[in-house]
Design a protein around this ligand. Structure first.
Ligand code: ATP
Ligand code: MG
Length: 380
């Protein structure tokens, strides 16, 4: 079977690595060069988008910011999973908020801003502090403004207005103004829905961010109340979209209640731990679902955490000597802050996992992000 992935980054690469033993061949459409390439060696060209569509039995996406023309072409072929509507919803916070309302999923109070007038009325209805997020362009905390005091209201509007003026004019720009949530922690749920509507979810992961970028995700065992709440929300959201494939939901935890932050219609960074910690990893399950195969068990097989490697292209070989440590490099060119790879750390028990994480922390270099990660690990 052949699968075309829209996007040629690390998520397509990890799908290809998981698909190969299933005899499923993956090619990736690089939205920058508009060429179809080998996801493991992006220098190998396989032609245009229409060549890729002809090659594929199924088509999927590794990210949500894909031009609507490309999505329409893929959808016309009848091979695209999840649907273009699901992908567009993940790429537009306005559609995302509509979906959350429709699915009766609790989330932060918000207002949609597309003009100066909308901005003024949002400031009248929402209490400060608020966070303003670009509806179309955000990732890794980019395209966001925080407003804590009314004194800065005009200044922030100037910045948003300039942002609108400089943005792609094909789609109507907007921002979502959201009440700041005083959360206890951030968690996410990765789950999968197959073509017949069966769903399975992985254990929740606790997420730690460094400078607005995910840096550590730890699978949570034994959080039965939260897990049941998250699984229910997952089913409502995935069913509302008639979703096929892996879908991630990011939450704010406030006491025992989960508020949805955002959804990602794809495999997700906070699910990379499943490669070593779950029965079937998220990449294999996504491939299975979009290819119409039965989905695999999402059970936790051993306590596991994932550490992102940001802005480094080598790490000490001593890491290989620590039992339970697995390295995953993405083969990307080094750039400050860029997601270059990740480390999965597993152990037989949670206590052993904590000890192993402390060993890993000692072995990692002392750059700025690893310094923050070490603090986080050693505080647990
Ligand atoms: P990513 O691509 O890393 O998921 P993003 O750019 O899509 O990020 P969000 O996840 O919406 O953006 O926001 C980034 C971070 O900002 C969140 O993980 C959270 O820490 C903080 N944040 C966002 N919205 C709120 C809110 N309403 N209240 C409090 N904190 C928030
Ligand atoms: Mg997020």
């Amino acid at each position: 079977m052949n699968l075309l992935v829209l996007g040629a980054g690390q998520l397509a690469r990890m799908m290809a690595l998981a698909a190969k033993p299933l005899n499923i061949e993956i090619r990736a459409y690089d939205v920058g060069s508009q060429q179809v390439v080998d996801p493991l060696n992006t220098a190998v060209p396989y032609g245009s988008l229409s060549d890729g569509i002809a090659f594929a039995d199924a088509i999927t996406a590794e990210f949500e910011h894909i031009s609507h023309d490309v999505l329409a072409l893929c959808e016309q072929s009848g091979k695209l999973y999840p649907s273009s509507q699901s992908i567009k919803t993940g790429g537009d916070r306005r559609l995302e908020k509509e979906l959350l309302t429709l699915s009766n999923a609790a989330n932060a109070t918000h207002a949609i801003i597309e003009s100066a007038e909308d901005y003024r009325s949002a400031l009248d209805t929402l209490a400060l502090p608020i966070i303003l997020k670009s509806a179309l362009a955000g990732y890794d905390g980019k395209g966001q403004w925080r407003l804590k005091s009314a004194k800065r209201a005009n200044e922030v509007w100037q910045e948003i207005d300039e942002f609108f003026a400089g943005a792609d004019s094909k789609q109507k720009q907007g921002v979502i103004a959201e009440q700041m949530v005083p959360f206890d922690r951030e968690v996410s749920l990765v789950g999968v829905r197959d073509k017949t509507g069966n769903t399975k979810v992985y254990p929740l992961a606790e997420n730690h961010h460094t400078n607005g970028v995910l840096s550590v995700s730890t699978a949570l065992a034994g959080e039965h109340v939260l897990q049941a709440q998250a699984a229910e929300i997952f089913d409502r959201v995935a069913n509302a979209l008639n979703y096929v494939g892996v879908l991630a939901i990011e939450f704010f935890q406030v006491g025992e209640k989960l508020l949805v932050n955002e959804i990602a219609p794809r495999v997700h960074n906070s699910g990379h731990w499943t490669q070593q910690g779950a029965d079937t990893c998220q990449f294999e399950n996504h491939v299975r679902a979009v290819c119409g195969l039965p989905i695999g068990s999402t059970a936790l097989i051993r306590p596991t955490a994932m550490i992102n490697i940001l802005g480094e292209d080598t790490l000490p070989n001593a890491l290989f000597a620590i039992p339970g440590v697995s390295l995953h490099w993405y083969g990307k060119e080094k750039r400050a802050g860029r997601k270059m790879g990740h480390i999965n750390v597993s152990a037989a028990t949670s206590a052993e996992l904590q000890k192993t994480l402390e060993l890993v922390a000692e072995t990692l270099p002392d750059n700025e992000t690893f310094a923050d990660i070490k603090l986080y690990i050693n505080k647990q």
